[in-house]
Design a binder for this molecule. Sequence first.
Ligand code: FES
Length: 139
Amino acid sequence: MGEVTFRIRRFNPEKDTEPYWQEYRFEPPAGATLLDCLNHIKWHLDGTLTYRMSCRSAICGSCAMRVNGGGQLVCNAQWVDHVQPDGTITIEPVGNFPIIKDLVVDQRPFWEKIQAVEPYLHNDESAGAGRVSHGAGGL
Ligand code: FES
């Protein structure tokens, strides 16, 4: 397919007053995910690019970003599915969170809200009480 231009929103609060766009151009391999592409940029083109990743299996959510304006787990997205007609892929931090650096956002407001929620259902039993054992040696 040829070279792709990755337009990435950058921001380093230690030296930048405003976020800005930076472009990286290379030919991604077939079958690579967007996370593979970010890793290529970080490991071969610009080691200062900052983002989160963990499971690489679309489970943990740490790689959530905005790709071409829409929310996406970049470990679960093939680059070929996101190339625009002009040959670009735009990647920004996920919205509605303060930016810590580049594509990393401060998720504390989200976790504080989760902890503040009163669950609708309450369990009167202690953890482990009433568990059913299935077969010999079951739990
Ligand atoms: Fe865990 Fe993408 S790295 S969901």
